[in-house]
Each structure stands twice: as structure tokens, then as C-alpha cells.
Ligand binder design. Sequence first.
Ligand code: FE2
Ligand code: ZN
Length: 375
Amino acid sequence: MVAQDSVQVVAGSVQWQPGSGPAWNMSNDWLRDNCRCAACRHPGNGQKLYEIVDLPDDLRATAAAVLPDGGLQVRWSDGHVSDYAAAWLQDHALSEDARRSRRAHPTLWTGALGAQLPVADWPALLAEPALELAWLEQYAALGFGLLRKVPTEPGQVAQVGDRLGFVRVTNYGRLFDVKSVPNPTNLAYTAVGLGVHSDNPYRHPSPGVQLLHCLESEAPGGDTLLVDGFHAAEILRREDPAGFDLLRRVPMNFRYADAGTELRARQTLISTDVDGVVRAVHFNNRSADWLDAPAELAQAWYAAYRAFARILKRPELELIFRLAPGDCVVMQNDRTLHGRTAFDPGRGRRHLQGCYIDGDAMESRRLVLRRSART
Ligand SMILES: [Fe+2]
Ligand SMILES: [Zn+2]
């Protein structure tokens, strides 16, 4: 026998018992604010037509019934009547299981990912929406992706940026050069490696996505080094929960200054949402400024900072690969930290160009492609 949905109004809330799954208490304000009737939401664009202060403070449900199609009908104390489709109720359930299943589930990775880099050829991606969607899904899960066969012409990185999103112009311009040319008078000089970091944590907001396009890579070394900041944060949470908690609660200052620029931002190294899920990691040794926090927290905060920095240096977390001319790595700047191995600028040219875009446009593109793949 199939269990029937049932519903009743009990002091202060509507109790909904779906035929399968746990019962669920829907608070009056929450339920009413989700009314999709034509008086509450514009039928064309779905935008809300009232303000929250327009709802009575003492609003309550007076009656509720299961509709023949499995939906729910609620009558309200102000005379309004709301219908909720069964599918809507299912998609918006607030049970812990339902909320967990709706969350993004990043695929945490280590250096072992090396064999399965999320790669696509740029010309093919431009021509084939299914390929673009597959690449964007990998980008969303892993926090980075690699594009190959991007024409090796200066400025191309901004073209890619404007196709994936919108290039964000900063005080460095629309794009920036990371360039090293052999210098015969300085053959002994070896360009040092660069520890992993997120770019520009001294901005509000920090860049969402960084692109780095390789134009030349003759110099030995200078390989790209990536670390999954979300994975590192989860390791810290497991090994040092108190330290993890300090880094997500207590922000530090970041700063960049030159003759014409003074950029300052205050960020936590680890950001979590209301469910404790890691949403962002910002880490940059060069632009770290100072900790402006209650004095009694400083010693413990520094211990946590050091512990996190050590995790980010664990060799097993480091994904190392070489960018060849035409390769463009696209990184979620607040998750995938990047650096480079040392290289010998005396033995060849090395030239990368980079730019920043916001993350929302890429995410929108992924959701739109998903939507059209379904229809
Ligand atoms: Fe960087
Ligand atoms: Zn309504």
C-alpha cells in the first residue's frame, strides 16, 4: 500500500507528511513567502511583487489540504490562498538529507589527479556546447580546468576570459604579463619557485577566477603547481578542529601598495557557510599584512596559520604539470591555489599572460547549458 501525503495545521506551522520521507514543519512565514501565485510573483519573470513588511506580523495558516495532484493548498489568516506543487515541495524540502543533497559537492583532489587533468581543446569547446558543459562541470567539481590549443598570440587570454565570463579590469590592466627573457649577464640566476597562493586577496571582492595562458616556455622548470585549498582546509578541520575554527572566524589583513595604489582587504583564510561547508580559501604570503584581532587570540591564531601553511606544502597535495605554448589554465581563485617550481631564465624564454574574470558568469553558463541539455 502506498502511503498518502498528509497535512495539518498545528500551532504556528503547517505539518507536511509526504508519503515517503520524513515529516517536515513548514513555518508560516517561510511557506507564505514561497507562494508562487500571480499576486505574489510576476507570472512572466518570477520576481516578487510584495515586500516582506507587507505580510502581517501575526500571519498564520488556518487550513491546509493535499491537492489531487499531490500538491498542497494553504489558507491564510489574511484571506490569501496559496497552492504549492508537489515537485516544488520536493525540490525545496528543508530536511537535513534534502539540504545536504542540494549542496555543491566538490571533488577534493591531490597530486594523484595528474593522470586525469580536466582538459578540453579550446576550438572544440567553442564549437560544441556538450563539450563546453562537460568541461564546466569538471571545473565546478575540481576548481580548475585546462584548455589546450588556445592560439599563442598575445591578448588571447582576454578573449578566452570574455568568452567564459567578463574580463575584470584592475590596476594591472585587462591582462598582465609573467615574462622572463634570457639574460646572458645573469646566467647563474635561477628564478625561485613560488609558493601556492590565491591572487589578490587584498581586493573586495577577490578575483573569482584566474586564467594563465602560456605563450612561450623554453626555460627548464617553471612548472605549474596547484593545490586544492578546499582539501587542505578539510585536512586542517580533521587534524586541528580548533585551529580550523579560528581561521574561519578571525580575519587577517591583506595589502598591496605601489605609487598609485593602496588596496586593503580583511578576509578569513577559510570561509564557511551556515552549514559549515568550506566556501572559500584565501592564502597569500606576499600580500599578508597583519592580524588585527583580540590580543588573546593571536598566539593560537598563528599556530593555526602555521599548521594550515604546512598542510599546503605537503608534497602529496601538489599537482605539478607543465604548461606548453597554447595551454591556458583556468583556476577558481578562492579554491585552487597556484604557484610554480623554480626555473632557469638563463636557458630560455618564459612568457605567460593572465587575466581575471568573476566566477558567477562561468557558473551561469554552466547552469544555462545544463538547462538546455535537459530540454
Ligand atoms: Fe599568482
Ligand atoms: Zn500568493
